[in-house]
Design a protein around this ligand. Structure first.
Ligand SMILES: Nc1ncnc2c1ncn2[C@@H]1O[C@H](COP(=O)(O)OP(=O)(O)OP(=O)(O)O)[C@@H](O)[C@H]1O
Length: 272
């Protein structure tokens, strides 16, 4: 019997998401290789790495917005793909997979709000689709309050600043009652003066124990908020550990070079 590609699951209850041996390629370009990750309840994992290192692709695989070429993502121990068990190929029932996927929120770099819906309607959409019709509006208003935008409920997305649109996108992700929220460089598209309002909302979420994976170039945020930091380089996780380990005492030359580059870009920007 061939060895299973997936290591035996341990039954640690608090593991929200587990990725095993993920690999992804686009044509000849191998974008991710040998990715193993465990994300436990309440953890904030920051993904850092150079442009093109595979952060966005990894987030899309974790959210099952795309499928890996091999390897599998488990969400609360449910495989969201095909695994080998006892020598047979196994997939969870489609309904179960859908229910699990619904509990993964995603916040995109470019906000991706629906332009033809008001702010309130954007946030109400998920609870409505989940059949919470009666409660959807109250829930959406409470979430807008939570991100400081209750007064913008009836506004159109295009009338908001980028920072406000991203806060609405966070409220929309929260409306799914997610067990995990994935953030893909949520402040990269923002003018510098709008970055902090979004990071403040994310810091509050982390403090309430929401499990998050955040691809980011905001090292101060990672230092303050992350439980763990993973440094991706050319599709591999080459360094992983606490923010102090990875950001203050990196072991790998590539991590050191990347952090120096980021910090010199930052000081150049401050002197313009
Ligand atoms: N849909 C796609 N089709 C083809 N190639 C892709 C696709 N998506 C990503 N890639 C390639 O995969 C590699 C990793 O891209 P990815 O966007 O995941 O990196 P990243 O670390 O998030 O970069 P950035 O910080 O610039 O967003 C790049 O070489 C990119 O060109």
């Amino acid at each position: 019997m061939s060895e299973s590609p997936v290591p035996a699951l341990n039954n640690k209850k608090s593991t929200v998401l587990r990725a095993r041996r993920l690999q992804k390629r686009y044509d000849d370009n191998i974008v991710l290789q040998h990715i193993d990750l465990d994300i436990v309840e309440g953890e904030v994992l920051c993904l850092i790495g150079p442009s093109g290192s595979g952060k966005s692709t990894l987030l899309r695989l974790l959210a099952t917005l795309e499928s890996p070429d091999s390897g599998v993502v488990f969400f609360h121990d449910t495989p969201l793909g095909i695994v080998e068990r006892g020598g047979n190929l196994y997939t969870a029932p489609e309904k179960i997979i859908r229910q699990q996927r619904d509990r993964i929120g995603f916040v995109f770099q470019q906000f991706n709000l629906f332009p033809h819906l008001t702010v309130l309607q954007n946030v109400m959409l998920a609870p409505r689709l989940q059949g919470q019709r009666g409660k959807a509006e109250d829930k959406a208003r409470a979430l807008l309050e939570r991100v400081g935008l209750a007064h913008k409920a009836d506004a159109w997305p295009a009338s908001l600043s980028g920072g406000q649109q991203q806060r609405v996108a966070i409220a929309r992700a929260l409306a799914r009652d997610p067990a995990l929220i994935l953030f893909d460089e949520p402040t990269s598209a923002l003018d510098p003066e709008l970055v902090n309002e979004v990071l403040a909302v994310m810091t509050d979420l982390a403090a309430t124990g929401i499990t998050m994976v955040v691809a980011t170039h905001e090292m101060q945020f990672a230092r303050r908020v992350a439980s763990n930091v993973a440094f991706l380089d050319k599709g591999h996780i080459v360094e992983y550990g606490s923010p102090q380990q990875v950001l203050d005492a990196p072991q790998q030359p590539r991590t050191r070079a990347f952090l120096q580059q980021i910090s010199s870009l930052r000081s150049e920007a401050e002197h313009v």
